[in-house]
Design a protein around this ligand. Structure first.
Ligand code: AHR
Length: 505
């Protein structure tokens, strides 16, 4: 352990690590709980537009500037019959994943219309649980073929003359998980993903495909699952997926904040496994990562188990409605920094999820809307984390926690947007005992000045926002020095910091 109340980072414009794919700021809408019904779609709400979409939700989602949204699941997709959710006649079904009733009143057509209003693309998942290759092809034909075939004409008969042209597809969801309807063994799934991917790309060679990786790092089959799946499917897919949720399960804030060490290890192992299969196959292709579910998720689990077990088959019940604390916002900030640090291999990432279900945005049924604590770090990263990521060496003290050793006090990464002439440092002080003075050397950015210093800092780790009071919001700080290209400020213990620089114009 190295106790120090000072940290130093070097920000140099020649240390470009990678371009950041905008899709790093993706999100996720699943037919789960109140995400769709009462979330994005509620025709009876006074804020609803002519399509029944809540305009208050559209407005907050637009502010987040989300480029891609994964749909329709999640576990939901593994028992989903997409045909029931398009056209004039919708069929109600039981959703076995969340043990609810799905009316299919809202489906692909409505979701596509909604994504246009929020300026996002769709990342579409196919059902490889209860269905398979031929249904995946039918859905692709429905979505992406212009005309002249059964399913493209069916789409046109539903009033959608232009194809949806969905580019990014998930080959099932969490197929390694015993909870998944239609769960497979690794070799079975790898073969199915390879054959489905091969056929889908024969139909449309513009698409990109993500094969399922492990559902979380502690899965007993990780990382053998990735190796086996990629051994089968390497040539046909573009991404291996990662999913990870964290929670402060032991109510130990310092150890909670250290969990991104595990996330780092998880990412390193997935990359190593991809590269092992690349070498084994003598392939020229680099496999990238679609981190298509990540967030904090633990507050709601007990209530959810009760609802699913004892009160099943409801329509749009309250499920996975975690109310996030201040410390959860810091954890989301740490996860964002970790994703950015690996932007050379992580090309897609989806904050799971977007509205009402483990979400930054919450609504009341036929009522108002509010922003959770985690809304803000995601907003800041999405707005200011575009461009290229710079290698950002951080000299910082370290501390031990109950389950983690040598945990860095300061986690930081820098993003440079050359055309906008903007540089942004994202930094978390995850030391729960000490403020730390951060010194950032930006001398390679001549003529730049501090444009804004945004922070989230709070004494009460458990502070939350509600519909009636926003207790956790960012502040704009003036307490800093910037002299001869060197920035200095006191980063409060347990704080999220966004320091923005712009070239003088
Ligand atoms: O996002 C909630 C659930 O978490 C998803 O349906 C599933 O893929 C994961 O286990």
């Amino acid at each position: 352990m190295d106790h120090s109340t000072k940290a130093r980072i070097t920000v140099d414009k020649s240390f470009v690590k990678s371009k950041i794919d905008d899709r790093l700021y993706g999100s996720f809408i699943e037919h789960l709980g109140r995400a769709v019904y009462h979330g994005i779609y509620e025709p009876t709400n006074q804020a609803a537009d002519a399509d029944g979409f809540r305009q208050d939700v559209i407005s907050l989602v637009r502010d987040l500037n989300i480029p891609i949204i994964r749909y329709p699941g999640g576990n939901f997709v593994s028992n989903f019959f997409w045909e029931d959710s398009v056209g004039p006649e919708r069929k109600a079904r039981l959703d076995l994943a969340w043990r609810t009733r799905e009316s299919n009143e809202f489906g692909l057509q409505e979701f596509s219309r909604w994504t246009k209003k929020v300026n996002a693309e769709i990342m579409m998942a196919v059902n490889l649980g209860t269905r398979g290759l031929s249904d995946a092809l039918n859905l692709l034909e429905y979505c992406n073929l212009d005309e002249g075939t059964y399913y493209s004409e069916l789409r046109k008969s539903h009033g959608q003359t232009e194809p949806y042209n969905i580019k990014t597809w998930c080959l099932g969801n969490e197929m390694d998980g015993a909870w998944q309807v239609g769960h497979r063994k690794a070799a079975e799934y790898g073969h199915l993903a390879a054959e489905t991917g091969k056929a889908m790309k024969l139909m449309d060679d513009h698409i990109e495909l993500a094969a399922c990786g492990s559902s979380f790092e502690k899965m007993p089959t990780f990382p053998e699952w990735e190796a086996t799946v990629l051994d089968e499917a390497y040539d046909y897919v573009d991404y291996i997926s990662m999913h990870q949720y964290y929670g402060n399960l032991e109510n130990d804030t310092a150890d909670y904040f250290a969990l991104t060490q595990d996330m780092e290890n998880f990412i390193h192992t997935v990359i190593a496994t991809c590269d092992y299969i690349k070498a084994k196959k003598r392939s020229q292709k680099w496999m990238n990562i679609s981190f298509d579910e990540w967030n904090v998720w633990f507050h709601s689990s007990e209530a959810d188990d009760d609802t699913m077990k004892n009160h099943p088959w409801q329509t749009a019940p309250h499920l996975l409605e975690d109310i996030y604390t201040f410390e959860d916002a810091i954890m989301v900030g740490l996860m964002l920094i970790t994703l950015l640090k690996h932007a050379d291999r992580i090309k897609v990432a989806c904050l799971a999820q977007l509205v009402n279900v483990i979400a930054p945005i919450m609504t009341e049924n036929d009522g108002g809307i509010w922003k959770q604590t985690i809304y803000y770090p995601f907003l800041h990263a999405s707005l200011y984390g575009r461009g290229v990521v710079l290698e950002t060496p951080v000299m910082t003290g370290k501390h031990d926690t109950i389950k983690h050793a040598d945990v860095t006090d300061i986690e930081a990464v820098t993003v440079y947007h050359e055309e906008k002439e903007e540089v942004t440092i994202f930094a978390v002080n995850r030391n729960t005992d000490s403020d730390i003075t951060l010194e950032a050397d930006l001398r390679s950015f001549a003529g730049y000045q501090v444009a804004d210093y945004i922070a989230m800092e709070q004494d009460d780790m458990k502070a939350v926002n509600t519909i009636s009071a926003e207790h956790v919001t960012p502040i704009h700080k003036k307490e800093y020095e910037f002299e001869e290209g060197v920035f200095r400020a006191n980063l409060k213990k347990c704080s999220w910091n966004v320091i923005r620089f712009q070239k003088n114009r």
